[in-house]
Design a protein around this ligand. Structure first.
Ligand code: FMN
Length: 367
């Protein structure tokens, strides 16, 4: 498919995505899933659908993106397909750009084998699925861009090691879309944090990289508080440098997702209390940090949360950062984590009806 065709969207100029998990029929093996993906890719090319199909340990995770009517129509067929069961939709909604523009339906073996993207959890929940799709996206962009500048891993390496004058700008496709930006920040921080744990990056390189990432984001335009905010939040930032940078970036992301955000540095209890004055009843997010996190930080964040819950009954107190994923998905993702459960099997969705609605809203509503 030609690139300009891939970026073309449906009549409303919008793209839609669905991510779901399911369990395959007991007799299906890896080659069967590969064959399904190959046939799917051929059909998807006709309907301008792209995405990825991951299989491991009897579990399927699939990401479908494209014109809404086509995506909903194919989802209707997939949900009825007897080759798998327990289809549980993890997320569905509009997207600003394709995540996998070069993959009509890429099959990835996500079993616990060397070379797998990310092993699938026994029962993938929304959070673990997001990590698997993030991993697949990194691989997709790495395939597309062998020099690695467009990938989070490539960018992390540049930020940690390149001389100042050859730092790449933040790739264009991350700038307009808060979710893509959040994903990039998250992935770069994850890469750096993991690299630090594996001794591939020193603490100095990690700090340098996060400070540089913050600066690049700033140069790309730090969002102001929106004039008509969707909601407000307070972000409590820890006082260690790299963590503070992470908190600043998350604050930016929340702002660009339409939130009015007050950022308060962790401080002595008394000054914190006065800083929180005038913030109404809005939720407080304690930024636990991902890079440089250690059990002391996690314990501090938990203790702070306990203290705030006792002192501010009725307020929502969340711990962001490490386990929270991109905060642009907040509060969805955080709420899910706080339940600590598996995906709740949702009510079956009438995909064909949605497809009709997306294709011709006026006619569908008149019915
Ligand atoms: C795990 C799984 C993933 C699938 N993914 C796709 C897909 O991306 N695109 C597609 O056209 N069909 C896909 N299919 C096949 C559809 O379920 C269905 O067989 C196909 O679209 C033909 O539908 P029809 O018989 O209603 O024409 C998938 C099936 C399974 C079991």
């Amino acid at each position: 498919m030609r690139k300009d065709e891939l970026q073309r969207t449906d009549a409303e100029g919008r793209l839609f995505r669905i991510a779901y998990a399911s369990r395959t029929r007991d007799d299906l093996r890896l080659p069967d899933l590969q064959a399904i993906a190959e046939q799917a890719a051929a059909r998807n090319r006709q309907s301008r659908i792209t995405g990825v199909l991951l299989f491991g340990q009897g579990q399927v995770l699939q990401w479908l993106e494209g014109p809404a009517a086509a995506v909903c129509a194919v989802m209707g067929a997939i949900q009825r397909d007897p080759r798998h069961q327990g289809v549980s939709v993890l997320s569905a909604g509009w997207i600003d750009a394709r995540r996998f523009p070069d993959w009509s339906m890429q099959f990835l073996d996500a079993g616990e084998r060397a070379g797998s993207v990310v092993p699938l959890a026994v029962s993938p929940d929304k959070g673990s699925a997001a990590r698997v799709f993030d991993g697949a996206a990194v691989r997709h962009w790495a395939d597309r861009d062998p020099d690695g500048i467009c990938t989070a891993q490539g960018l992390a390496a540049h930020l940690a090691r390149s001389p100042e004058e050859s730092l790449p700008p933040i790739p264009e496709r991350f700038l307009g879309c808060p979710r893509a930006r959040a994903g990039l920040v998250d992935e770069v921080c994850r890469t750096l944090g993991q690299g630090w744990m594996d001794s591939r990056y020193s603490g100095f390189e990690v700090t340098l990289a996060t400070v540089r990432l913050n600066r690049l984001m700033l140069l790309a335009g730090r969002p102001a508080d929106p004039r008509e905010a969707r909601a407000s939040a307070v972000v409590l930032a820890p006082d260690r440098c790299s963590e503070l940078t992470g908190a600043l970036m998350k604050t930016d992301l929340l702002r660009s997702a339409g939130y009015s955000v007050r950022l308060i540095a962790w401080a002595r209890v008394t000054s914190l209390r006065s800083s929180l004055r005038g913030t109404g009843n809005c939720p407080i997010i304690i930024y636990g940090g991902r890079v440089g996190i250690d059990s002391r930080d996690a314990k501090r964040a938990a203790a702070m949360a306990d203290w705030l819950r006792a002192d501010y009954p009725g307020r929502t107190i969340l711990i962001g950062g490490r386990s929270a994923g991109p905060l642009s998905e907040w509060p969805d993702r955080l709420a899910f984590h706080s339940q600590g459960g598996h995906p709740v099997a949702g009510k079956p969705i009438d995909w064909p009806a949605l497809s009709a609605l997306a294709a011709d809203p006026v006619a569908a509503l008149a019915r």
